[in-house]
Design a protein around this ligand. Sequence first.
Ligand SMILES: *[C@@H]1O[C@H](CO)[C@@H](O)[C@H](O)[C@H]1NC(C)=O
Ligand SMILES: *[C@@H]1O[C@H](CO)[C@@H](O)[C@H](O)[C@H]1NC(C)=O
Ligand SMILES: *[C@@H]1O[C@H](CO)[C@@H](O)[C@H](O)[C@H]1NC(C)=O
Length: 476
Amino acid sequence: MQLWPTLLLSIPFLPAGLSNFISPRQVSVDAWVSAEEPIARSSIFRNIGNQGEFAKSAAPGVVIASPSTSSPDYYYQWTRDAALVYKTLLNTYINGNTSMETLLEQYIDHQAGLQRLETRSGGYTSGGLGEPKFYVDGSAFNENWGRPQPDGPALRTIVLAKYANILLDAGRADYVQSRLYDGKLPTESVIKADLEYVSHNWEITNGFDLWEEITGLHFFTMMVQHRALIEGAELADRLNDPGAAEYYRRQAAAIKARLPQFWDAQKGYLVGTLRSSQARSGEDCGTLLGSIHGNGKRGMGIYTPGSDEVLATLQALVDSMKDLYPLNQNPEAPGIAVGRYPSDVYDGVGTSIANPWFICTFTTSEILYSALVEFNDRGNLTVSSISERFFKQFSSSVSAGSTYGPGTSQWTDILGGMKTYADSFIAVAQRHAAVNGSMSEQFGRIDGFMKGARDLTWSYASFLSMRWARNGEVAF
Ligand SMILES: *[C@@H]1O[C@H](CO)[C@@H](O)[C@H](O)[C@H]1NC(C)=O
Ligand SMILES: *[C@@H]1O[C@H](CO)[C@@H](O)[C@H](O)[C@H]1NC(C)=O
Ligand SMILES: *[C@@H]1O[C@H](CO)[C@@H](O)[C@H](O)[C@H]1NC(C)=O
């Protein structure tokens, strides 16, 4: 936190408006990441209902997507965004901030209320849990929207099942069994309700993707559904509900068997959506997010960040962005700015030309850091025909079929090269974030200035998630 005074001193000598281009160049990626961490934390708290200064009128425990109420209006709560934000808060709790307990209980109480609303997606046991977006007072949003979005209940399960296990370890079975997992049908508990929804609805093809634009079967959604069912089954076993555990595991196995269909051998990457309502080339930042949140620290053994397919997909996504954004052609650009998918037209307010996103730029680096953790844990890495191109950029002497470990020059070059590559994406975000550390949703593909909803809560959550992986402590 000694950084800002230096940065601020330099501003008066710069032409107005240039400060967010120039000042971040003066500090290293390490220094910027350290300075940004507390800012990202406090920026998340500012957007949490009731207590946060930007979310005073929202109910306790609610995560507003952004304080922006017009152009665009993001002053709502999305189930997905809220779960991903609470995932970072729970990680903070695991790392010692026990004062988070009140907030987690407010989240649980509020989500239980949302589950019971009659919405345009349905009711409590008739599909309503797939409703994606709510007013910040906890009432239903009944305008036209891309619904249902079946990733929300799966993400909420991943967060709350982790919390339930922590509470059980601490001897709080009463709370867990009354609020989170009662093992009854019909259920009156949040996790069980979500698991029933996920296990019975994962095959629907009218569900929208995480970007709320297309229907089909989505890699991101199926990866988090798979993980939610596995972790839900473990919780069901722990709470003596073996029939349900068996059923959830069977559905997880069926999803796992389906996931390889996303691999397009001709293209050489995992496509974002099958049976899509819109033709697309298929490179999608959502696929990288699916690998991260569908695996977590423990890993689910499928399409982990260090897998050949995910690394090849990362490279395909980055390549598709390289020529797309003029920003990336600037010889002084420290790296490649990454957006959601190449044919995107959402400019943050309406449709015209799309821009790079903070979430996607951080997520690209997070995959690389997480892969490094995987390689180090395993003590070696194997190059295949799928990943050969990816690894060759760091070590030209690698060949498909070979395994490299410590003591080989390939191992040293690859690990060092991947770290530098990962940092280059952060350097891009660093260059386009505000001097005070504030981050919106997007930054201009031409001028690099922040665009779209200001102080996007998910931008800060994606920074924190990346930051843990960069530290070698991948989030749960
Ligand atoms: C711990 O959590 C509380 C909210 O419960 C928050 O106000 C505080 O800033 C957090 N501390 C850190 C270091 O994140
Ligand atoms: C790579 O590491 C794994 C896990 O440590 C080990 O089982 C395997 O034998 C290693 N492979 C080679 C070729 O060294
Ligand atoms: C940070 O700076 C931006 C302008 O770049 C401004 O809109 C925002 O309000 C500032 N945030 C805080 C918390 O001061």
